[in-house]
Write a protein that binds this ligand. Structure first.
Ligand code: FPP
Length: 245
């Protein structure tokens, strides 16, 4: 995208764009129910929406997009719904491999991947490997992810390294390097569509200074216009990080 286009999106003399946007995908089930469709139809449209919004973020010069697709608690859903979501994720990751190679983009999965099927784990390994080759836009999909679980996994790994004498005194920076998000900046903007106003165990450590944006729009209806609205609200915020003006 040309620089002039980027400026147009951000607005004349606007505040900087968020480097990293995080989104809690919510409202797929209600979107489907409103149309008399099974909940799983909402997830299929939701996966397409993710594809569109990831492309829109990339085109606007956003560097990182992290989405909450399946939480550690989502296993409690009916078996056929979980099965459909896993199938959609498998199809998505499979198709993403070509896009990653073509557009030189990176895609990572955050979460405890050990509980996923061997097929999904193989796709995650493949997308991880491809990601090491490129430096462009990075999409992160949170799968079997919970913020508390991530912190516990990180703490366990740090404790092991410390015991083995290969980790120094714990600092915020060092601890961050044990998280699934190691090496990437914290989200600047957290978007939650679907009408709820809570964080639901998403990126608990990383969202310490994120700006929150809530909207009633259901995820399958979330489009570029909604994305630009959220970015504009973000740009109007005064981020002080505890300082005074
Ligand atoms: C939340 O809506 C959605 C989910 C828990 C699943 C999201 C999964 C996908 C869109 C599938 C593929 C994803 C990617 C990133 C390729 P909900 O079911 O909680 O909706 P409701 O609150 O209206 O019931």
């Amino acid at each position: 995208m040309a620089d002039t286009d980027k400026k147009k999106t951000a607005g004349e003399g606007a505040a900087p764009l968020p480097r990293h946007i995080a989104i809690i995908l919510d409202g797929n089930g209600r979107w489907a129910r409103k149309r008399g469709l099974p909940r799983t139809a909402g997830h299929a449209v939701g996966a397409e929406t993710f594809r569109k919004i990831a492309t829109a973020c990339k085109n606007r010069g956003i560097e990182y997009l992290t989405v909450y697709a399946f939480s550690t608690e989502n296993w409690r859903r009916p078996e056929d719904e979980v099965g459909t979501i896993m199938k959609l994720l498998g199809r998505y990751l499979h198709e993403a491999i070509d896009t990653m190679e073509r557009d030189h983009i990176r895609m990572k999965v955050f979460g405890d991947v050990h509980a996923l099927s061997p097929e999904l784990q193989a796709l995650v390994a493949k997308t991880d490997e491809i990601s090491t080759r490129y430096e462009g836009f990075q999409a992160n999909i949170c799968l079997n992810y919970g913020g508390r679980d991530e912190i516990l996994r990180a703490a366990r790994r740090y404790a092991q390294d410390f015991k083995a004498g290969c980790a120094g005194e714990l600092t915020e920076e060092l601890f961050s390097s044990y998280l699934d998000s190691a090496g990437i900046p914290d989200p600047d903007l957290l978007i939650r569509p679907g009408g709820e106003q809570r964080i639901s165990n998403f990126l608990l450590w990383q969202c310490a200074y994120a700006e929150f944006y809530f909207t009633d729009v259901l995820w399958p209806d979330f489009d570029e216009k909604e994305l630009d609205k959220a970015i504009a609200v973000y740009q109007s915020r005064d981020r002080r990080y505890g300082r005074v003006k």
